[in-house]
Design a protein around this ligand. Sequence first.
Ligand SMILES: NC(=O)C1=CN([C@@H]2O[C@H](COP(=O)(O)OP(=O)(O)OC[C@H]3O[C@@H](n4cnc5c(N)ncnc54)[C@H](O)[C@@H]3O)[C@@H](O)[C@H]2O)C=CC1
Ligand SMILES: O=C(O)[C@H]1O[C@H](OP(=O)(O)OP(=O)(O)OC[C@H]2O[C@@H](n3ccc(=O)[nH]c3=O)[C@H](O)[C@@H]2O)[C@H](O)[C@@H](O)[C@@H]1O
Length: 471
Amino acid sequence: MAPVKVSKICCIGAGYVGGPTCAVVALRCPHIQVTIVDLNQARIDAWNSPDFNLPIYEPGLVEVVKQARGRNLFFSTNVDKAILEADLIFVSVNTPTKKSGVGAGFAADLNYVESATRRIAAIATSNKIVVEKSTVPCRTAESMRTILEANSKPGTRFDILSNPEFLAEGTAIADLFKPDRVLIGSLQTQEGRDACQSLAEVYANWVPRERILTVGLWSSELSKLAANAMLAQRISSVNALSAICEATGANIDEVAHAVGFDSRIGPKFLRASVGFGGSCFQKDILNLVYLSESLHLPQVAAYWRQVVEMNEYQKSRFSKTVVDTLFNTITGKHIAVLGFAFKADTGDTRESAAISLIRDFLSERAYVTIYDPKVEEAQIWLDLSEAIPGTPLETIKKYVTIVHSALEACKQKEAIVIATEWKEFKEIDWQTVYNQMSKPAFVFDGRMILKADELQKIGFKVKVIGRGDGQ
Ligand SMILES: NC(=O)C1=CN([C@@H]2O[C@H](COP(=O)(O)OP(=O)(O)OC[C@H]3O[C@@H](n4cnc5c(N)ncnc54)[C@H](O)[C@@H]3O)[C@@H](O)[C@H]2O)C=CC1
Ligand SMILES: O=C(O)[C@H]1O[C@H](OP(=O)(O)OP(=O)(O)OC[C@H]2O[C@@H](n3ccc(=O)[nH]c3=O)[C@H](O)[C@@H]2O)[C@H](O)[C@@H](O)[C@@H]1O
């Protein structure tokens, strides 16, 4: 068998990965018909909305969808039809951390991957290349193959590839246009290599060949977990150093700059923060911890677990700084939290550090006013309800207010906390804010985005993550 020339692609899962990834495939490959399917009708309706009110916010995404939708890019809930027609199927469904049962709190919940795989097996009447796009534990492709082969119709063959996604939210479109690398894992058989080449040809429409890496299936699966673990490890390392900076008077910005100048270390991903968030870092590390434990490698598991523990410590350390600085009590005090998303340029709040901070403030019975330029109000209520189980939303609403501008949030507060590094927070009229605040007026910069010296000149008391007092 020679490599198949792909002409129809189906992507199962129209989320943060499936949507942008396959929209870019459609844009860059006008000769390929791409159908992105999902069981969630509301999500598909949003992708199809006439005014391009898409279900996720991602800079540049609307422009991509505008060019390709209706041409060779389609969004649908008709999963079966798209499976039936496609010669290549991306599985881009969610793989959250398991909430109950064996491995609860650590292992990936592969329920969605399994049901998508079973659907492919039940529907397909011709050969398919099935591509694992979701982040999965090492050797998941083997389980997928077993399910597909056990349920396939006679004469139908499935080739399984691993093609993990490395895009970051907020820069997804730029990352997809110009990826550092595209990784494709396949079985090292002739059929496996042919399938790998078929997918490589799709990417080669816009990605330079030397950036398309082909490896074995298990290496590809593990490389995704490894990349996220090592990125998160850098943040936990720099955050651990930020605690030392605060205690000694060193400045984490200067330390990270000096350390990152070493070409072996490099400058990226060394920004101290109030803690990393996002749907994947914690989930994927816990997955690696679970894998290590399953393989009877407790020391390896403990090593990676510490990256997550340091992140938890950083978040609670920051909350404690706020309480300590506000004279050891925030009960009844009014605090503005600027930013709710887990990072700038996204409306995604999954595992956002802001949620932990607000939960801590509410446990001290402080009043919190939240502003985020992109996060929907309903999402904030949902996240807070989940973060504080057992407390009715009505009670939470007595303490929390959501507003529509930073200035409104800061009015008459005792303290302002920067939780997300939105650019607009740098451009706030701080003099006006100061004039309207109770005194002393405190600012806690959990993202190192403000000019502390200028704020101090205005009269603010400023605490910046990773900086001792007086810096
Ligand atoms: N969010 C991110 O930036 C990145 C995520 N990943 C990985 O990609 C995968 C997907 O992540 P997201 O896109 O963020 O998740 P998501 O939750 O935004 O999207 C997943 C979608 O799959 C749909 N779905 C689930 N089961 C289905 C089924 N059987 N048939 C049809 N649709 C189904 C859900 O309704 C949902 O809309 C995860 O494994 C994640 O770890 C990888 C790189 C980046
Ligand atoms: O698998 C995934 O889901 C993705 O996870 C991350 O992407 P993402 O979570 O979207 O965003 P990042 O830019 O990595 O930021 C993650 C968190 O770390 C924080 N961060 C990042 C960098 C830094 O120097 N300091 C820091 O605190 C961010 O504020 C954010 O809360 C990876 O960067 C992607 O390569 C990967 O594909």
